[in-house]
Design a protein around this ligand. Structure first.
Ligand code: PGA
Length: 248
């Protein structure tokens, strides 16, 4: 199974989001052994979920994992996202970690709440440019993995990992393919310390229609998380088609 996940971040307003979701719907995308999901802004999640309801395109939240209800000004809980049809939630995206100060402990809590709510968390991990310079890539990733997977109950719960090098996000500097394969293999090896389950690991960071095929063809890369290039039909559709051509 290959995943194509579209993180629309805060790039699109309500109307723009619906225009793109409906444009995708009109394409009548059929995927074999692949899953397409979009992650709209909170404002548009319910509407997109209703529009795409009858299609095979899944919907996810960009950030969730708070207690079901309560005095949490400005937040939307995992349960609320699940109730309006979300299947997934990104958790620990680097923009949450580095702009909003989310810690590994916050990420762990959010993952558990996603499980309770019935959402499949897409745990984002990745090293910074500074980590690379200091030769701490592996250290950073293993630490982020440990914080979430140590004693995590995966018996009835699914989780997907997105390896997103922070220096590759929105920069046009995508990770070298050989390096990506090496890192994904390392992540999968590391996960064996915590679970017997096969966990899918997808790649994110400046994915576009020119490089997607190379990533998707790598043995240990189970899909892609696409930001900027997923926010316009003309740049996103070619990416979907590349994945489609490989899985058919
Ligand atoms: P990008 O973003 O494709 O714009 O680099 C990826 C992400 O942040 O998920």
């Amino acid at each position: 199974m290959k995943y194509i996940f579209a993180n629309w971040k805060m790039y699109l307003d309500f109307d723009e989001t619906l225009i793109l979701a409906n444009a995708l719907l009109r394409e009548k995308i059929e995927l074999t052994d692949a899953e397409l999901a979009v992650f709209p802004s909170n404002l548009a999640v319910r509407e997109v979920s209703m529009s795409l309801g009858a299609s095979s395109i899944a919907v996810g939240a960009q950030n969730s994992g708070y207690p079901e209800k309560g005095a949490y000004t400005g937040l939307v809980s995992a349960q609320m996202f699940a109730k309006v049809g979300c299947k997934y939630s990104l958790v620990g995206h680097s923009e949450r970690r580095y702009i909003f100060g989310e810690t590994n402990e916050d990420v762990r809590k959010k993952i558990e709440i996603c499980f309770d709510a019935g959402l499949i968390p897409v745990l984002c991990i990745g090293e910074t440019e500074k980590d690379v310079k200091e030769d701490k890539r592996e250290y950073r990733l293993k630490k982020q993995i440990m914080a979430v997977f140590d004693n995590l109950n995966l018996d009835n719960n699914d989780i997907i990992i997105a390896y997103e090098p922070v220096w590759a996000i929105g920069t046009g500097k995508n990770c070298d393919f050989t390096k990506a394969e090496e890192v994904h293999a390392m992540i999968k090896q590391e996960l064996k310390n915590y679970t017997k389950k096969e966990i899918s690991v997808i790649y994110g960071g400046s994915v576009n229609d020119k490089n997607v095929k190379s990533y998707i063809s790598l043995k240990n890369v189970d899909g892609v998380l696409v930001g900027g290039a997923s926010t316009k039909l003309e740049t996103f559709l070619p990416i979907i088609k590349e994945v489609q051509s490989l899985s058919n």
